[in-house]
Design a protein around this ligand. Sequence first.
Ligand SMILES: Cc1ncc(COP(=O)(O)O)c(C=O)c1O
Length: 317
Amino acid sequence: MAFYPDTTATALRNRLAKLYDISADEIITANGADNILTLLISAYINAGDEVIYCIPTFPSYRSTTLLMGGVPVEVPLTKSWQFDLDGIFSKITAKTKLIFICNPNNPTGTMVPSDELKIFLEKVPDHVQVVLDEAYIEYRDQEDYLTGIVLHKKSYPVIVVRTFSKFYGLAGLRIGYAVACEDVLEPLLRIREPFAANRIAIEAAVAALDDEAFGRDHLLEVKKGKDYLTKELSRYGFEVVPSQTNFLFVNLKTDAVNVFEQLLSKGIIIRPCAPWGYPEHVRISVGTQAQNEEFTKAFSLIATQCINELMADGGRK
Ligand SMILES: Cc1ncc(COP(=O)(O)O)c(C=O)c1O
């Protein structure tokens, strides 16, 4: 480990290039997808530039835009938590520089249908870059879905952001990447720190791509766990949004922070969605079957309490 990492992460970019049948020059790696997003916004946004995205979504689009003096332009998801691409389109101005589509979306787990996305991309003006944040794309249900990388290969103007933190389980190593045309990535390369990904992360990412059996088993486990948790949560009448990710967005119809705290005291962590403006929603990550069962056991006691409170409240919701 006395040697510095390869600044260009050639081994990983070559492996990804082979996987997607693209040039390594169309790939840039960094210290997690978070770092890629920061590079993108830093490279493209100056004071007063506008960045459009749907809410609720991944918070760093907003925070990094503000940091750069940009203007976040927020369009609510529809009532069924779908993307409002028409709404986004209607907000484009001469000052719009970036549009973020978190696909599938964190925290709702919902996804833009391919056909809608293609129509949208065809009409977005040239001065706007569309970023598809595909941190959870490996968990989608439809195998034939037109991912951002397929769209890029079909010459749609997109910047695709990916990570090894989710499906590949390497969150602690910090490695992510972007795929786009070389000239679109060039401004990011100019501001990226020299050693944006460490040696262990680069080697682990290559090994993770080679381990196809792990990927298959993991997908099956998540799918099974998602079905199991959806069934358990629905049993209590909680609204579970169908998810294309490894987490569920659930309306508990009660103070979700209270439920979070009770579970925390039992060593179980879920994510209350109050910071997104949804005080009764939580995001629950799918674990191993043993973890999912431990969660449902602890949750069943709390859920019964919630239901009793709701009944006492005269079925307020
Ligand atoms: C939608 C989305 N994009 C990007 C990231 C950042 O991922 P990374 O761990 O690679 O920085 C996350 C992490 O939660 C995410 O949910």
